[in-house]
Design a protein around this ligand. Structure first.
Ligand code: NAD
Length: 348
């Protein structure tokens, strides 16, 4: 098949892990006879440096002309001055909103090979298999913002339609799994959470009686994720809570470097990226774990290009690599390999 992918390597370890994903993509093209045109565009801090904007117009155009976007990570200390006019992370929010990708799917599954690497006791980690559905283009990250020297404000707003739209994604995923949704909110104090709770309840109880719906407060959710992680199937959360909880949940797998994500809208188009950030603390050391990035490529092939066999081939290659004990430094203390020497593409 022929397809167009826009690559946004971004900042920090972004370019290092994107190079590894490109090697794997090239192996897929050779083996399965595809022609996937990869067009790279500026995004994040590097785009601010070169154009003044973290999401320049040329990047916007390329993304919109593509079948999918593959994204590394953005941000870093160079662009973190609270007084600066724009930030790399603003590009992320603008892009997600501009491309209409409202559902961020993050699958947290423990790898038996990595169970010893998790800071959580082994007995809690068996059978952990959670799909997070995070609302991505609403809530407090997108509400009205104001700031002066003595005062600052971030408005959190959700409409009923936005909540229905993201709940439907969770319903679809839960229906193909264990029919269980845990919806996370802060309904004891937040108006948006009260609306969230009543909309999700009405929708699921009126039309999807097979689905078991559980509500938990976000503060309790942080605890339950560590004390009973294998009880969860699909976790539905707003933008802020989903962002925080998935970083916490990544520790169940042993490293945030292992986890891919897909940000989807109504069509097959999607933005695919690892859940971690630009990791400036390990930038340019060649030690970043490329698995989350490579597994994001697998999600791109599966969801946007409908190439299930190829996506599974990548996931098997990652699994085989772990089976062979080939680990980056975040996964082991001894005999580690660097980012570029995992040999994933040879296992396609
Ligand atoms: P981070 O996810 O970049 O790093 C957290 C910790 O995890 C660090 O110790 C890092 O070394 C480690 N880590 C992350 N990815 C790794 C990998 N692939 N292999 C091995 N170790 C890895 O979070 P942070 O340090 O809070 O944020 C750094 C920058 O990234 C900030 O500017 C933040 O705003 C930005 N950020 C960007 C995104 C994104 O691009 N989608 C997401 C989160 C944070």
């Amino acid at each position: 098949m022929k397809a167009k992918v826009t690559l946004l390597s971004g900042d920090g370890i972004g370019p290092e892990i994107c190079q590894e994903a490109l090697k794997v993509l090239s192996a897929i093209e050779d083996k399965y006879d595809h022609e996937i045109e990869v067009r790279e565009a500026l995004f994040g801090g590097i785009a601010i440096d070169q154009t003044g904007s973290p999401y320049p117009d040329q990047t916007r155009v390329l993304c919109k002309e593509s079948d999918a976007v593959l994204l590394g990570a953005v941000g870093g200390p160079k662009w973190s001055d609270p007084k600066s006019e724009t930030r790399p992370e603003k590009g992320l929010l603008d892009m997600r909103s501009d491309l209409g990708v409202y559902a961020n799917i993050r699958h947290i599954k423990t790898y038996p090979q990595l169970i010893e690497n998790s800071p959580i006791k082994n007995k809690y980690l068996e059978n952990v298999d959670i799909v997070f559905v995070r609302e991505l283009i609403g809530g407090i990250y997108f509400g009205q913002k104001e700031r002066n020297e003595n005062d600052a404000m971030d408005v959190c707003q959700y409409t009923k339609d936005e909540i229905i739209r993201i709940t439907q994604v969770a319903i679809e995923l839960a229906s193909a799994r264990k029919n269980k949704i845990t919806s996370v909110d802060k309904a004891n104090v937040m108006a948006t959470s009260q609306l969230w709770r009543s909309v999700t309840t009405d929708l699921i109880e009126s039309q999807f009686k097979d689905i078991e719906l559980e509500h938990i407060l976000v503060d309790a959710a942080t605890m339950h994720l560590l004390s009973r992680p294998s009880d969860f199937d699909v976790i539905l959360a707003d933008n802020l809570f989903g962002d925080i909880l998935t970083d916490e949940a990544s520790m169940l797998t042993g490293s945030i470097g292992m986890i891919p994500s897909a940000s989807l809208g109504n069509e097959s188009f999607g933005v695919y990226e690892p859940i971690h950030g630009s990791a400036p603390d390990i930038q340019n050391q060649g030690i970043a774990n490329p698995c989350g990035m490579i597994l994001s490529l697998a999600l791109l092939l599966r969801h946007s290009l409908k190439l299930e066999t190829e996506a599974s081939a990548i996931e098997s290659a990652v699994n085989e690599t772990l089976n062979q004990g080939i680990y980056t430094a975040d996964l082991s203390n001894k005999d580690v390999v660097d980012t570029a020497h995992n040999g994933f593409s040879n296992r396609i």
